[in-house]
Design a protein. Structure first.
Lengths: 167, 167
């Protein structure tokens, strides 16, 4: 990212129509916008799904992204959560070779409210739920370990208080 | 889902090339396969991203999905985690009108290891991290409350032990 580029977390409410994810991601690809991370899952209304995505760009690019998203068929509502009071959380699983370093692992788990999800011999799966950037920090902290694999959700986000993503 | 259809969680390792998500989701749309939920985020190797998706179908459909995924440019590895020892976790945020029912909310949080993420007057955001199906159960348990909105990651998943998603 350049200096005038910022990371934005955007929530998109879409009709649960066939191919809606292909249309959204196709728009990004077609126009040269980046998707750094994305999640899509159903809402309590079976006709609607909710996409949360992380993208980056300067103010002009972000404005274009919001405009183009709003133009898409099946897109009902778009909110850039960067300018709103919100919670942003990412689930990250990290598999490491734990070796004889249980104490150091426990320290990192405590510091980031992590959770030891699985341990088989000297292979451990750690779980962290916090902001995407904070999860990046964990990976740096785990630098002394061999990181075998990671799996991340990207930020899942929601405005606080009574504002909701709805039409 | 019909009786002979099952939900499958599939991990896909992809090159972090422009438009790879559009190609993957476009293949699903083009061939009439369902995506029930999907997450994509970078791995520790900046050249690679990892997609976790939930789909459903009978054995023949799932076999087709795996075959077509493997054929896509930029797809390096595909694993159907349904037939493997694995952990599967979904992050779900639920905003409810909490009213005067703090005790009932605390009970549900305890029962599902949930977390009160935010509380503004009588609006609460609850966080749950567990399997997708178990999160559905939470929504049923919250049936007495007005659910204002939900945001979910879909399952994030990983094989346990030393097997990893790599080429």
């Amino acid at each position: 990212m350049n200096d005038n580029e910022h990371s934005h977390t955007i929530s998109v409410l879409v009709e649960n129509e066939f191919g809606v994810l292909a249309r959204v991601s196709g728009m990004f690809a077609g126009r040269g916008f980046n998707i750094d991370a994305l999640s899509v899952a159903p809402t309590t209304d079976p006709k609607l799904s909710r996409i949360t995505l992380i993208t980056h760009g300067n103010d002009q690019i972000i404005e274009q992204i919001l405009k183009q998203l709003n133009r898409l068929v099946d897109v009902l509502k778009v909110v850039d959560l960067s300018s709103e009071e919100r919670v942003r959380r990412e689930l990250m699983l990290v598999k490491i070779r734990s070796g004889n370093h249980q104490e150091k692992i426990q320290k990192i788990l405590q510091a980031y409210s992590g959770n030891l999800l699985d341990q088989e011999k000297n292979i451990a799966i750690l779980e962290f739920v916090q902001e995407h950037d904070k999860n990046n920090e964990v990976l740096t902290q785990l630098g002394d370990f061999e990181i075998l694999e990671t799996a991340r959700s990207g930020n899942i986000a929601m405005q606080t208080g009574k504002k909701i993503l709805a039409t």
